[in-house]
Design a binder for this molecule. Structure first.
Ligand SMILES: C[S@@+](CC[C@H](N)C(=O)[O-])C[C@H]1O[C@@H](n2cnc3c(N)ncnc32)[C@H](O)[C@@H]1O
Length: 217
């Protein structure tokens, strides 16, 4: 049986992430957790969609530390954010991450982690719905989301989450014109995304990565 308990890990930009020894996986890039989240999910996901659409609805695969959620809520109001997480971290560990730069962010971050699972909560003008489930079995609905933050552990660690079945579930859950963003740009992942119908774009990656993947429905 694998031990999936994460421990704190300092990345190159000074921001913390979590490391799971038995999977040899970090929750973010070792080149910088903060710069990675900002670049991939905020700049090439949220900001890309906000140019065309106000108040987007977002589905995240893997709430983890809640960094993507915090950065999203700090950016915009009126967002509807659903996050699926199989292995939630403790509030104690979350508060060790040190992601917040102001008292307001600290309050939002705390609310993200204290929000009850399976219930909608309004946090500073945004709506959060956290689901504690395995994405393999979770029903994520049809035609609901403008953006998917696909932030699972890597295909090397969790090949079962980078399959045609999961990507088809994401595709069906998205609205037409919606985008899925992920840090992964592996050939096999790109081919699988294409096979379920995504049109792919490859924005430049954050530090340490040549390109990332954005799939448009
Ligand atoms: C790369 S980390 C995500 C980082 C997160 N977005 C953040 O900002 O900290 C991957 C996350 O997926 C979660 N996860 C792993 N397997 C899962 C599954 N089958 N269903 C849902 N979540 C899963 C992990 O617990 C972890 O929190």
């Amino acid at each position: 049986m694998k031990d999936l308990r994460p421990t704190l890990y300092k990345t190159a930009d000074g921001s913390n992430t979590l490391y799971v020894k038995d999977l040899d996986q970090c929750y973010h890039s070792k080149h910088g957790a903060m710069q990675e989240s900002q670049h991939i999910f905020i700049r090439h996901g949220l900001e890309f969609v906000l140019k065309k659409k106000q108040y987007p609805s977002i589905l995240e695969i893997g709430l983890g530390t809640g960094l993507n959620c915090l950065l999203t809520f700090s950016k915009s109001l009126g967002i509807s954010y659903t996050s699926i997480e199989k292995y939630p971290i403790s509030l104690y560990l979350a508060l060790e991450m040190g992601y917040c730069e102001s008292d307001k962010e600290q309050l939002i971050y705390r609310q993200i982690h204290e929000a009850p699972w399976g219930e909608e909560l309004n946090i500073d003008g945004n709506r959060l719905f956290k689901v504690q489930e395995d994405i393999i079995h979770c029903d994520v609905g049809i035609n609901q989301y403008d953006i998917v933050y696909f932030d699972a552990f890597s295909p090397e660690a969790q090949s079962e989450l980078w399959t045609e079945a999961i990507f088809l579930k994401m595709y069906n859950a998205m609205k037409v014109g919606g985008v899925l963003v992920t840090y992964c740009a592996k050939g096999v992942v790109k081919r699988t995304l294409k096979s379920v119908g995504f049109k792919l774009e490859h924005p430049p990656g954050p530090i340490g990565k040549r390109e990332i993947t954005r799939g448009v429905k």
